[in-house]
Design a protein around this ligand. Structure first.
Ligand code: NAD
Length: 332
C-alpha cells in the first residue's frame, strides 16, 4: 500500500521509517514524504496513493475529501490527537476511513505547558540573554511563587489531567472545568463551573478540544470574568482564544500574561522557516511586541517519546484498516 505524508518534516520521516522497519517491515507499506500542507491547492499530490497521513494544519474539508475519494484514497491517518481540521460528516458520507492518535503522550504537552508557565513567570528567556550580554540586573525579572496559587484547568481529559498533576506537585490548588468529570481529576482537584473558575484562578490553562461550542471560549466576556493580572496558557488549539480580545485584555492589563503554543492563524506560519520573509500577520506581530507574551510554534507534542508513540499508533491504525478489524481510534 502506498501512503503519502502531507506536511512532512524530517522528524516525521525519521520516526515513521523507524516504526516501519521495527514493527511493520512485512506489511507491504511504501511511504512518500511530501512537504506541502494538504489543501484544495495541493490535493492533486495525493493521486496514486491509497492512504494519506496528515497533521494538524492539513485542511480536510468536504471538497478536499471528495477529491481524495475520487483519486482512490480510502484511508486518512491523522498523526495527531485533534481532528478539528477534518469534516467528519463528509468523510462518513464518502465512506473514508479516518483514524487519529489520541493521548499519545499527554505528559509531552503537559510538561511543555509547565515550561511555558515557568519561563513566562521567571523570565528565564530574558535572563538567558541578559547574562550572555554581561547584564546581571534583576529588574524586570520578578516572578511569583507557583506554590499556593490557584490553577484553573479547562478540559480535564488526558493532557489536562497530566497538567493538573504537575501543578499539584508545585503545591498549587487545582480547579477543573469539564462537562465530563473524572474520578482521576477529583483525586487532584475540585470541579467548579467556568463562572466559578475564572474569577479565582491565577493561571488558566486550556486543554479542551476545538469544537463549535469551544471556539473563542476565551473572548471579551470571559476575559472580563478572569482575575485581574492572571496568566492565560493555551497549548490546545488556537481558536479557543479570540486573539483580538486577548490583545485588548493585555493592553488594559486585565490579562497579566499570555503563553501560547497554538495560534488561530498558525497554518500560515508554524512548522516553516519564515525568518527571511516579511510576516504580514499584524495580529501575530502585535502579540510578539508584549514582553509578557510567550509564543512557541506548536511544539507541545515534540518529544522523542511522543513521536515514537504517534508513529506506532498511526501504523497500527492503518493495519486495522488493511486487515478490516475494529479500530478504537477510528473517527469515521
Ligand atoms: P481529551 O479528549 O483526553 O480531553 C479533552 C477534554 O476536554 C475532555 O475531558 C472533554 O470532556 C473536555 N471538554 C470538551 N468540551 C469542553 C468544554 N466546552 N469545556 C471544558 N472541557 C471540555 O484530549 P487530550 O488528549 O487531553 O487533548 C486536549 C487537546 O490538546 C486536543 O484536543 C488538542 O487540541 C490539544 N493538543 C495539543 C498538542 C500540542 O502539541 N500543543 C498536542 C496534542 C493535543
Amino acid at each position: 500500500m502506498k501512503i503519502a505524508f502531507f506536511s512532512a518534516q524530517p522528524y516525521d520521516r525519521r520516526f515513521f521509517d523507524q516504526a516501519l522497519q521495527r514493527d511493520f517491515a512485512d506489511a507491504g507499506l511504501e511511504f512518500t514524504y511530501l512537504a506541502p500542507t494538504l489543501s484544495a491547492d495541493t490535493v492533486a499530490l495525493a493521486q496514486g496513493f491509497e492512504a494519506i497521513c496528515v497533521f494538524v494544519n492539513d485542511q480536510l474539508d468536504a471538497g478536499v475529501l471528495a477529491t481524495l475519494k475520487g483519486y482512490g484514497v480510502s484511508a486518512i491517518l491523522l498523526r495527531c490527537a485533534g481532528f478539528n481540521n477534518v469534516d467528519l460528516d463528509a468523510a462518513k458520507r464518502l465512506d473514508l476511513f479516518v483514524a487519529r492518535v489520541p493521548g499519545y503522550s499527554p505528559e509531552a504537552v503537559a510538561e511543555h505547558t509547565l515550561a511555558l508557565v515557568m519561563t513566562l513567570n521567571r523570565h528565564t528567556h530574558r535572563a538567558y540573554n541578559r547574562v550572555r550580554e554581561g547584564n546581571f540586573m534583576l529588574d524586570g525579572l520578578l516572578g511569583f511563587n507557583l506554590h499556593g496559587k490557584t490553577v484553573g484547568i479547562i478540559g480535564t481529559g488526558q493532557i489536562g489531567l497530566a497538567t493538573a498533576r504537575i501543578f499539584k506537585g508545585f503545591g498549587c490548588r487545582v480547579l477543573g472545568f469539564d462537562p465530563f468529570q473524572t474520578e482521576a481529576f477529583k483525586a487532584l482537584g475540585e470541579y467548579v463551573t467556568l463562572e466559578q473558575l475564572l474569577p479565582v484562578a491565577d493561571i488558566v490553562s486550556l486543554h479542551c478540544p476545538l469544537l463549535d461550542s469551544t471556539r473563542h471560549l476565551i473572548r471579551h466576556e470571559t476575559l472580563a470574568q478572569m482575575k485581574p493580572g492572571a496568566m492565560l496558557v493555551n497549548t490546545s488549539r488556537g481558536a479557543l482564544i479570540d486573539t483580538l480580545a486577548v490583545i485588548e485584555a493585555l493592553k488594559s492589563r486585565q490579562l497579566g500574561a499570555l503563553a501560547i503554543d497554538v495560534y488561530e492563524q498558525e497554518s500560515q506560519l508554524f512548522f516553516q522557516d519564515r525568518s527571511g520573509d516579511h510576516i504580514d500577520d499584524e495580529v501575530f506581530l502585535r502579540l510578539t511586541t508584549f514582553s509578557n507574551v510567550l509564543i512557541t510554534g506548536h511544539q507541545g507534542f515534540f518529544t522523542r517519546e511522543a513521536l515514537e508513540q504517534i508513529a506506532q499508533v498511526t501504523l497500527e491504525n492503518l493495519r486495522c484498516f488493511t486487515e478490516r478489524v475494529a479500530c478504537e481510534n477510528r473517527l469515521a
